[in-house]
Design a protein around this ligand. Structure first.
Ligand code: FUB
Ligand code: ZN
Length: 677
């Protein structure tokens, strides 16, 4: 089984019926997607402008001028990574604004729309996305080049700063959107735009041509997806090239930097790769063992590497993916499924450095972790991968979005004191409330695309096996060994760990693999007498001839657990947090009052926790009431005094799922709570 390679199912074949997740996917459809379209059009009062439509339209005019034979002279030549209209001036309609990677925001939005259309057709939504697709196609240059930053600021400098200027990142997002749009609509307009840009890139980079690789990864996994969609080998070769050239001396990033330095009369820098750990370009990818540098970049690289390991059967690449996984999961992962502990460079920190209040834990990084985990699952069916994927999805990914669908977190700390983060510049990256939009708005549309494609995380399949990774109520259609089955997965983890899989229609011979979640002590599977079952690597594999009415049942225990971190984690020493099933819990000021650093809990009280239903932002969530203490603060308490046992009073501490925090106004929040005996 260890060589099992599975693939996600087309989204048309999976219907999410789960009350909780259905609420979230509908929130994306009804609120987030329309809101984001307004944001891309800069029509959200009080929100940072996106400039997406502005840049696309400006680039389309530039491209039209070039096609008409006119020499296009950029209005503003710029090398800067972010450009805004000068204070107090009106935007120039022909200038590029925003971050160099601004194009990607709209690509992600189209990708999310495409997934939604696969789930349920919607002519009006499709027409709106078509407008965006048309804008992109109009902004594509005659030779296939497609990046509004360089089209508007000086095309001759295209591809000269791969390290920082994100053209290959935008290409990656364009390609992801193009494949999804093709799958949803059958249209090849955007797919051809991606292919033409891909050809333009491949004319410049590749074996026997220029060396170069993305400064921000994603093109690798996108190219493999384009290869899998079209069967065109050249895309997989380009992905291989980008992976193989990364981290090899002389560093392509150093060479491009030196070319710029030479033009400015500056001395060259050393050309060794080791300086580029921030970009995961410090050593050949197959030698990598520790997650380093920018967290989203690292997660996207790992995802691309896992895809490459799978399609190429590359054992060395797979070993590197596994080693990087260990580095992330054993040493650098927040309990909430977030990664990237430091705001300095939005990056991974040293092992076990997992601060709560200064945490970065970018929403996109948790999304990247879910991508990586799903791809590791495709390589090998192993419960641990699904456990981490689930943790990221249920906690940090969902925390990125308010229950109104119009406010978002970029940074996801595990402890917030609004008074501190609003006055202390060391915490300036931490927002006490979700924001309407961001100048750098990578996270909101990324949430939209991953939640819209949830079905691809619940199930994957091989020719012979349907794998059930997440217990999210749904129906699924799958072909096993040529026979077609329709199955219903009944589960509601907001309530309990009872899971039933029922064959509704069809007949097929094959295996069904159900994950045994890491948070459960086991479930005891029931399945038809004629089937055979065995447990392996965190899954129960049940093989049989499946017919309507057959069921598999499990009842996974979902006790409230007090969780402690390794003593190597300095930040959380002497503290616990509470978890139940996939949910990690936090205390909020709305339930527990201010000064939550005074709360104390006894881990043994987890067994006495009461599970209650709580309405938060229009959603009913499972909350916990745990007996605890609140330390008293005497009015005359001096700053220092000889130690004495602190006086405290009994308190019932209310905990809510982490994802749901900050839907009831601004206030303190804590995941980890100090232990009392
Ligand atoms: O650089 C593109 C995106 O912007 C990254 O993935 C995020 O971390 C943010 O820096
Ligand atoms: Zn982001």
């Amino acid at each position: 089984m260890s060589n099992l390679h599975s693939r996600p199912l087309p989204l048309e074949q999976v219907q999410v019926t789960d009350a909780f997740w259905r609420h979230e996917t509908e929130l994306i459809r009804q609120a987030v997607i329309p809101y984001q379209w307004e944001a891309l059009n800069d029509r959200v009062p009080g929100a940072a402008p996106s400039w997406w439509v502005h840049n696309m339209k400006a680039a389309a005019r530039a491209v039209a001028a070039k096609k008409a034979g006119g020499a296009y002279v950029p209005r503003h030549r710029s090398d800067s990574i972010v450009t805004q209209p000068p204070e107090g001036t009106a935007p120039d309609p022909d200038a590029f604004y925003g971050w160099v990677f601004q194009d990607s925001d709209g690509y992600k939005w189209i990708e999310a729309v495409a997934y939604q259309l696969m789930i349920r057709p919607d002519a009006a939504l499709r027409a709106r996305a078509q407008q965006a697709v048309d804008m992109i196609c109009a902004a594509q240059e005659e030779d296939g080049y497609l990046d509004t930053f360089y089209t508007l600021t000086g095309r001759e400098r295209a591809f000269t700063c791969l390290k920082d200027h994100h053209e290959l990142y935008c290409f990656g997002h364009l390609t992801e959107a193009a494949v999804a749009w093709h799958q949803a609509t059958g249209q090849d307009d955007l797919l051809n735009a991606a292919r033409r840009f891909g050809d333009c890139i491949a004319r410049r980079f590749g074996p026997g041509r220029e060396r170069g690789c993305p400064g921000h990864e994603i093109a690798e996994m996108a190219l493999i997806r384009l290869y899998e969609e079209t069967g065109e080998e050249k895309w997989r070769h380009l992905a291989d090239f980008f992976l193989d050239v990364r981290g090899v001396d002389p560093s392509t990033f150093a060479l491009e930097e030196n070319a710029r330095r030479q033009a400015q009369g500056q001395a060259p820098l050393p050309v060794t790769a080791e300086r580029y750990a921030y970009y995961q370009a410090h050593m050949p990818v197959r030698d990598m063992r520790e997650a380093t540098g920018h967290a989203v970049r690292q997660m996207y690289l790992c995802s691309g590497m896992a895809d490459a390991a799978r399609i190429n059967g590359d054992a060395e690449m797979r070993r590197a993916c596994e080693a990087l996984w260990r580095s992330v999961v054993d040493e650098k992962l927040y309990i909430t499924g977030g990664v990237g502990a430091t705001h300095v460079g939005e990056a991974f920190s040293r092992p076990y450095d997992l601060p709560s209040d200064t945490a970065y834990s970018e929403t996109c990084a948790a999304i990247g972790l879910a991508f990586y985990a799903r791809r590791m699952l495709q390589l090998e069916l192993r419960g641990e991968y699904a456990d981490v994927m689930e943790r990221a999805l249920y906690n940090t990914v969902l925390a990125g979005m308010a229950q109104d669908g119009e406010h978002f977190f970029y940074v996801n700390p595990l402890e917030v004191d609004p008074a501190a983060c609003e006055t202390d510049t060391r915490l300036s990256h931490v927002k006490a409330e979700r924001q309407r939009w961001f100048g750098c708005a990578c996270c909101p549309p990324n949430i939209a695309r991953i939640v819209s494609s949830l079905g691809q995380y619940i199930f994957t399949q091989t020719e012979d096996m349907l794998c059930v990774h997440l217990f999210i109520g749904s129906t699924v259609r799958a072909r096993l060994n040529g026979g077609e089955l329709t199955l219903r997965l009944d589960a509601d983890l907001t309530r309990d760990g009872k899971v039933t899989l029922t064959v509704l229609r069809g007949e097929a011979e094959g295996a069904i693999a159900l994950r045994i979640p890491g948070w459960s002590a086991g479930g005891g599977f029931q399945y038809p007498k004629t089937a055979q079952a065995r447990e392996e690597n965190g899954y129960c594999l049940i093989r049989g001839v499946w017919q309507p009415g057959d069921t598999i049942q499990a009842d996974f225990a979902m006790p409230v657990q007090a969780v402690t971190a390794s003593p190597r984690v300095r930040e959380t020493m002497g503290q616990v947090c509470f978890a139940r099933g996939p949910w990690v819990y936090c205390a909020e000021e709305a339930d527990n009052g201010k000064d939550m650093h005074l709360l104390r809990v006894c881990p043994g009280e987890a067994a006495n926790a009461q599970i209650i239903k709580k309405e938060i932002g229009g959603l009913t969530v499972p909350a916990l009431c745990v007996p605890g203490k609140r330390v008293r603060v005497p009015a005359d308490a001096p700053l220092y005094a000889p130690w004495a046992p602190p006086a405290s009073e009994d308190a019932v501490i209310t905990l809510v799922p982490y994802f749901a925090w900050n839907n009831r106004g601004k206030g303190e929040m804590r995941v980890w709570l100090p232990v009392t005996r």
